[in-house]
Design a protein around this ligand. Structure first.
Ligand code: ATP
Length: 349
């Protein structure tokens, strides 16, 4: 297991500052997802750690040892890492055993031991008995499992995933989440997993780093990213919900009372705040109030969209801002409703 750290890591392509003084530590054996909108610098950070690019400024260390700085870089093949791309990077002319066993063959591992280890890792990724199959007869999901098995067999201390599920359909993606968990559990490797799919990041990782504009906006446990986003970008990027404007009327330790459209709402807060703030209201913290006396936001139904398990209702409150409320039954568009709030978060900054 290897601890990876970067210190003020920067990379510029022509006029684009793809990475802007990024300092982060990936503890040994951790699983970190790198999440963010297109172009925020996720792949650039992964490529620098892999050794496919050199930093303009800053340092990368593995277990405290300098792996790359602007003057010298250890080559990708000497960093002891495994990389899995969305494009599989398998050899189509070799069978499954040939692909998976390649890292062992290059190390001179004997035939019998190689066969045993190939069988073991194919079992872990759910491809037992597939040794003799040709790569070009496999589905996308099966190919990605082969790539995972090759990574496992190499026993790399660090595994980097660059959008490994991007080419797979939604059902296969869900099935693969289990395979990734198993790879992490079995390998104990330090994992960095690049994705722009928030549900994948929240489901897989024990820490999520949300990037924007070449910087880390927040690095925290998935629950923290979802329930207590550090800024409006993270709040808007992860999960469903609405940001509304309010005025703080009272503040306490980790609590605030925020007035929104004339209604006082108790909210969670990172620190005591005052003045104008943005309040994050997610659907699970809202419900349509049946009791006309209970404190609630008066609203009008703007739309109701069927989502299977519920209707997603967009409702306009008195100040013109819109909320998302999940309802079992669809209210009529234009109907007046009252929305009770059981959970709200004051977005810092
Ligand atoms: N080789 C390159 N030459 C020029 N610009 C580049 C190069 N690589 C990346 N960039 C630019 O750097 C910025 C960050 O790119 P990067 O690929 O790291 O983003 P990303 O977050 O991985 O995006 P995506 O989710 O779309 O893959 C983008 O503006 C991109 O256009």
């Amino acid at each position: 297991m290897i601890e990876i750290s970067t210190e003020r890591l920067s990379k510029t392509f022509a006029a684009t500052r793809a990475l802007d003084a990024v300092s982060l530590t990936l503890p040994a054996g951790s699983f970190t997802a790198l999440l963010g909108p297109s172009g925020c610098g996720k792949t650039t950070l992964l490529r620098l750690i892999a050794g496919f690019e050199a930093p303009d400024e800053g340092v990368i260390r593995f277990d405290g040892r300098v792996i790359a700085d602007p003057r010298r870089q250890i080559g990708p093949e000497d960093r002891g890492i495994g990389v899995v791309f969305q494009s599989y990077a398998l050899w189509p002319h070799m069978d499954v055993a040939g692909n998976v066993g390649y890292p062992l063959a290059t190390r001179g591992v004997g035939r019998a031991e190689r066969a045993a280890r190939i069988a073991e890792v194919l079992g872990i990724v759910g491809l037992s008995g597939a040794e003799g199959r040709r790569i070009d007869e496999l589905s996308g999901g099966q190919r990605q499992r082969v790539a995972l098995a090759r990574c496992l067999v190499a026993e790399a201390g660090v595994i980097l995933f660059d959008e490994p599920l991007a080419n797979l359909d939604v059902h296969l993606r869900a099935a693969m989440v289990e395979a990734f968990r198993e790879v992490h559990r079995r390998s104990g490797a330090t994992i960095l997993y690049v994705t722009h799919d928030q549900s994948e990041a929240l489901a897989l990782a024990d820490r999520v780093a949300v990037m924007q504009g070449g910087r880390i906006a927040q690095l925290a446990a998935p629950e923290q990213i979802y329930r207590a986003p550090a800024d409006a970008m993270v709040a808007g990027f992860v999960g469903r919900g609405a940001l509304v404007s309010g005025e703080v009327r009272g503040a306490a330790e980790r609590q605030a009372t925020v007035e929104v459209a004339g209604v006082a709402i108790p909210a969670r807060a990172a620190r005591p705040m005052s003045g104008s703030v943005r309040l994050l209201l997610r659907p699970e913290g809202l419900r349509i109030a049946a009791d006309a006396q209970a404190p609630a936001l008066a609203a009008t139904v703007a739309s109701a969209t069927y989502r299977g398990a519920f209707y997603e209702v967009v409702a306009a409150i008195a100040n013109g801002e819109r909320l998302l409320v999940d309802c079992v039954e669809a209210p009529a568009v234009g109907a007046p409703i009252r929305i009770a709030v059981s959970d709200a978060w004051v977005v810092p900054g």
